[in-house]
Design a binder for this molecule. Structure first.
Ligand SMILES: Cc1cc2nc3c(=O)[nH]c(=O)nc-3n(C[C@H](O)[C@H](O)[C@H](O)COP(=O)(O)OP(=O)(O)OC[C@H]3O[C@@H](n4cnc5c(N)ncnc54)[C@H](O)[C@@H]3O)c2cc1C
Ligand SMILES: NC(=O)c1ccc[n+]([C@@H]2O[C@H](COP(=O)([O-])OP(=O)(O)OC[C@H]3O[C@@H](n4cnc5c(N)ncnc54)[C@H](O)[C@@H]3O)[C@@H](O)[C@H]2O)c1
Length: 434
């Protein structure tokens, strides 16, 4: 095996794959080292399997509302065996396509665990590889709270591998993962309680959008307990107990910890002490994605950016361009659209807050006339009448619309000019264009 490269990237997830492919495309000799499955978190235990479950959950949720209103026959049930088989086939296909892409791009794929042993030097199974540029794209892993019995709780990796549904589950954590797991499993017929330590769910989102999302989750039948840090998980006869406090214990089949993620930094080895971390514990980087160790760069969830797949992929490509092509600025995080896949989705772009939103409305969608439990919709515009800088949207299809809103915001429209285009009638987007 060759031991000298222009760049070595550790991690074959969204960030590492993107860097490797683009650096090789710019004519560089690149090695990518992956210790597990190509595709990393997004493909194997994140966005992709989650979205496949959500697609089924969304259909069940809409159907159930129409069934309860007497407009549809009996609500369909999910066939987990077939769903798992379809999901497995899709993930296999994606992993295979990544393997082919790397091969075609001329990237040397090394399936092993890597460790930095000196600046510009990486060791795999006793062999030393060298490159002037080393890129850490090692992603992250779920973390559990420090509490009695935490080992009895599943994390999101385990949940996305369930082949059968529990009758009931308690989820600890009201972030993206906790809320998405809650909405998906409730729609599939699981009795769900979500317990979080903050006063509302979806803290990454602006208050009003998050509160509408939370109201929709409650209407869906999810019991939400806020301001609570559970004390213990214990084994019980035929299931588990989640102890919330001295008076309250939940009896459930499964407990899920969705209490955050931490970066994978073992690859730093002895170099760890020469690399600075932020308060959040991720790698500090500059505008060239360089860490405090010269020649060592970091992209994706292990670095101080936003832990989202499009950011990881874009930053991987940008770094390849910065090192081996034309200069390019990293994507401004204010232009990154994001969505929590609850039912309906909560989408935002522009990092709005209660202080910056100047126009907003909560509305009942037309489907409310037909569905027994129709959700609320919400939209909000942030910035100023003269320059719109954020959009919030809670509605069916919000995950699609918010991406287009991100495109619109690139042009910083004023409120009046938004009326020079018309939305579809009847739809939520026409309300915003107003
Ligand atoms: C349940 C869940 C749902 C999500 N849903 C969404 C979503 O809908 N939309 C969205 O944008 N984002 C979503 N995310 C976030 C998204 O998955 C991550 O932001 C993205 O996958 C990060 O990519 P990455 O390349 O930085 O890291 P990863 O994809 O984690 O890849 C890192 C890779 O590095 C490898 N590695 C680590 N250490 C070593 C080593 N020492 N040697 C060799 N290899 C090593 C790992 O095996 C791994 O394959 C979700 C995450 C989770 C957990
Ligand atoms: N749709 C998406 O784009 C998507 C989906 C999933 C994950 N992600 C990414 O993954 C990241 C991690 O997601 P996450 O949901 O695991 O983490 P998170 O940090 O967003 O949420 C964790 C939640 O758990 C709560 N919590 C922590 N400890 C607790 C305790 N002991 N008791 C009760 N509550 C507790 C926190 O207050 C917080 O609400 C996100 O920030 C996001 O960037 C994105």
């Amino acid at each position: 095996m060759d031991t000298e490269y222009d760049a070595i990237v550790i991690g074959g997830g969204s960030a590492g794959l993107s860097f490797a492919r683009h650096a090789a495309g710019l004519g560089r000799k690149v090695a990518l080292i992956e210790r597990a499955e190509l595709g990393g978190t997004c493909v194997n235990r994140g966005c992709v399997p989650k979205k496949m479950l959500w697609t089924v959950a969304d259909a069940l949720h809409r159907g159930a509302g129409l069934t309860r209103a007497g407009l549809l026959g009996p609500a369909p049930q999910v066939d987990m065996e077939r769903l798992c088989a379809a999901r497995g086939a899709k993930l296999d296909g994606i992993r295979q396509s990544y393997r082919e892409t790397l091969h075609e791009a001329g990237v040397r794929l090394i399936e092993d665990s890597a460790r930095l042993t000196a600046p510009g030097e990486v060791t795999i199974s006793g062999q030393r590889l060298r490159a002037p540029r080393i890129v850490l794209a090692t992603g992250g892993h779920p973390i559990k709270p420090e509490m009695e019995g935490a080992h009895l709780a599943c994390d999101s990796d385990a949940v996305l591998n369930w082949t059968a549904l529990p009758r009931s589950m308690a989820i600890i954590g009201g972030g993206y993962i906790g809320c998405e797991m809650a909405a998906i499993h409730a729609a599939m017929g699981v009795r769900v309680t979500l317990v979080t330590d903050t006063d509302r769910v979806l803290n990454e989102f602006s208050e009003k959008a998050a509160r509408v999302g939370q109201a929709n989750m409650t209407a869906q039948g999810i019991r939400i307990v806020t301001g609570c840090t559970p004390e213990a998980v214990r084994e019980a006869e035929d299931g588990l107990e989640l102890v919330l406090d001295a008076e309250t214990t939940l009896r459930v089949d499964q407990v899920v910890a969705a209490t955050g993620r931490a970066p994978n930094l073992e690859a730093l080895g002895d170099m760890a002490e020469r690399v600075s971390l932020t308060e959040k514990g991720v790698l500090k980087i500059d505008a060239a994605f360089e860490t405090s160790l010269p020649g060592l760069h970091a992209v994706g969830d292990c670095a101080d950016r936003l832990p989202l797949t499009p950011v990881a992929s874009s930053d991987g490509e940008t770094l390849a361009q910065q090192l081996f092509g034309a200069h390019r600025e990293p994507v401004d995080l204010r232009h990154v659209a994001t969505t929590a896949f609850v039912l309906p989705p909560v989408g935002e772009v522009g990092q709005p807050s209660a202080e910056t939103i100047f126009e907003e409305a909560t509305l009942a969608p037309l489907s409310a006339a037909l569905r027994a439990d129709a959700p609320q919709n919400y939209w909000g515009l942030g910035g100023a009448e003269t320059e719109i800088t954020s959009v919030s949207l809670v509605a069916e299809g919000a995950h699609e619309a918010i991406g287009w809103a991100a495109q619109m915001l690139l042009h910083r429209p004023d409120r009046k000019s938004m009326q020079r285009a018309l939305g579809v009638h009847p739809s939520t987007s026409e309300e915003i264009m107003g």
